[in-house]
Design a binder for this molecule. Structure first.
Ligand code: GDP
Length: 296
């Protein structure tokens, strides 16, 4: 179910409820069940949906509804607030400072869009006057360095990598050192992905993180992975100190639910979303407009 459809289902459920002459517990429950179904179909994790349902029931006072207040508004507001709360981990991600060197490490499964997102992130900051640089510590995937090199060259961003060195830790350390000397203020380290969550991947991530001491670790997640989002995000969080999430491929058949799960699993905010293959198809993530769109 895509975002628009989800919003449609939720709006319909609220509309149906507010059409009822008497709003009693049964009517409210029916409405909440309808919303639950819509959220589950959008890949929001079951537990999150259940928690939201419980919270809304606590907030929405049936007596207020019966007293002729604007029922639709009260319920809609409660749902809006709950969804916003689910996307807000309560603390912002690490704030980078222009002119002061920060190391940002990207992690995620192969194919999630990690390498593409590294360049988008660098390009976004470059346009804002930063001096970014890219380090390719992905020695696992053949062609990873070429891809990063090509993207970086296109965006005129300095890069570092090797065709011969197979130790990702060594490359990461050398790259970070070099760009620190060159006074780059945003050093981005792209790490290896794997097709699935594997012990070897997590061990390598830990080693690169240990050696480069990143100020921020960004977990890149493909929005189309569905219900797997929570477990995947949690597995990465357990291996490295994920501090922010970027959700990719929100264009096309993108689902909104994974973002909620990733926030819950990593206790970190979504900071950007990827909306296409091109360098500038990248948007700052903003909770309220996202939820408004979700609600249609
Ligand atoms: P990695 O293996 O995680 O480094 O993934 P890549 O960066 O190589 O991306 C895998 C594929 O996803 C490539 O074909 C990218 O062009 C594509 N991709 C990445 N981000 C997006 C996005 O936001 N939208 C779309 N439609 N495609 C994307």
């Amino acid at each position: 179910m895509v975002l628009g459809e989800l919003g449609g289902s939720i709006s319909r459920a609220i509309q149906q409820m507010s059409n009822a002459t008497i709003i009693d517990e049964k009517v409210l429950n029916e409405c909440l069940n309808e919303i639950t179904r819509a959220l589950l179909q959008s890949d929001v994790q079951f537990k999150l949906v259940r928690d939201m349902q419980t919270n809304i029931k606590k907030i929405v006072n049936l007596d207020d509804l019966a007293a002729g207040h604007n029922k639709r508004k009260i319920i809609q507001q409660a749902i809006f607030n709950e969804l916003c709360k689910m996307l807000d981990p309560g603390k912002p991600s690490f704030t980078l400072k222009k002119g002061k060197t920060s190391v940002v490490m990207f992690v995620g499964l192969q194919g999630s869009g990690k390498t593409t997102t590294c360049t988008k992130y660098a390009y976004y900051h470059q346009k804002k006057g930063w001096k970014p640089a890219l380090v390719c510590a992905d020695t696992f995937r053949a062609g990873a360095f070429d891809q990063l090199k090509q993207n970086a060259t296109k965006a005129k961003i300095p890069f570092y990598g090797s065709y011969t060195e197979s130790d990702p830790v060594k490359i990461a350390v050398e790259g970070v050192e070099r760009f620190k000397k060159e006074s780059c203020d945003l050093i981005i380290v792209d790490t290896s992905g794997r097709h699935k969550q594997e012990a070897a991947l997590f061990e390598e991530m830990r080693q690169v993180s240990e050696a480069t001491k990143p100020d921020l670790v960004i977990f890149v997640m493909d929005s189309s992975i569905g219900q797997a989002a929570f477990d995947q995000a949690q597995a990465f969080k357990q291996s490295v100190a994920v501090g922010a999430v970027i959700v990719t491929k929100m264009d096309g058949h993108a689902k909104g639910g994974g973002a909620l799960s990733a926030v819950a699993a990593t206790k970190s905010p979504v900071i950007f979303i990827g909306t296409g293959e091109h360098m500038d198809e990248f948007e700052v993530f903003d909770v309220k407009p996202f939820v408004s769109r979700l609600l249609g």
